[in-house]
Design a protein around this ligand. Sequence first.
Ligand code: GLV
Ligand code: GLV
Length: 327
Amino acid sequence: MKPKILIARAIFPEVVAKLAQHFEVTSNQADELWTSAQLIERLKGKQGVFTTGGERIDAALLAACPELKICANMAVGYNNFDIAAMTAARVLGTNAPDVLTETTADFGFALLMATARRMAEAEHFLRAGQWTRWRYDMFAGADIHGSTLGILGMGRIGQGIAKRGAHGFGMQVIYHNRSRLDAATELECKAIYVSKQELLKTADHLVLVLPYSASSHHAIGAAELAQMKPTATLVNIARGGIVDDAALALALRNKTIAAAGLDVFEGEPAVHPDLLTVPNVVLTPHIASATMPTRLAMANLAADNLIGFLTQGKPVTPLNPAVLVTP
Ligand code: GLV
Ligand code: GLV
């Protein structure tokens, strides 16, 4: 008998078809948004679930679904998983790293450039019919080339952004991370390790690429924003909750910093109302990994984790490999 799996959201039809070769699949191609109770109801009796980053997998769900063995996230971030509870319940978690690194780094750079050069603000101005004459300082922003790029969170995506900045735009790159990179990687990224305080004070542009956890909650709040240069830009492509959005909206309004570019928000898809009313912010709806080839690669990786694990005990990108070891 084929194992049973649930696909929690609409995904590429070819990936549903691939999974159907191995599993009895319950899919959600209508893309309904389920409550936790509805998710649990549909997950009962299933051995695997394909999640997309928004579905909370916690102790209560695991207790209600004792047959569940694997949760495969179609995202590199997995703060929707309570990994400790999953490990305790001997449920494997997998994420979708690597395949999205370059695409996401491209977007981080695009958002940085749009923010520093005030592209969104300028476009609104033009569309509103306000462009009637030239002016010497019209939408004059900050330079990218030759400036100092600060990166908080130097994983694969952070390194991708560092390389773009150092090699493509002649930027000085500084970074802070829980652990320092090895010398060869630092050289490849032309990146210099500094304290978080030094990073805040020195960066002309600060890009956040760290994972969300209890310890990174509000890593950038009022106190950190106050240490940044008034000409600085801040870009968040990591996770909502890493930035205190209320404090950021206030800092943007008061020109504590010059501008921000945000792809992720606390409580998304809701956006703090104050961010919607300040002009010096570029807002995008969590699309940093959104190119068709990359989203397809992420979906295939999640599918390959389900297939590899449930048919041969061999996941591709396990998060808690301890559960693979027979106790
Ligand atoms: C997207 O935010 C991801 O974690 O892949
Ligand atoms: C995080 O896992 C990253 O790829 O930056």
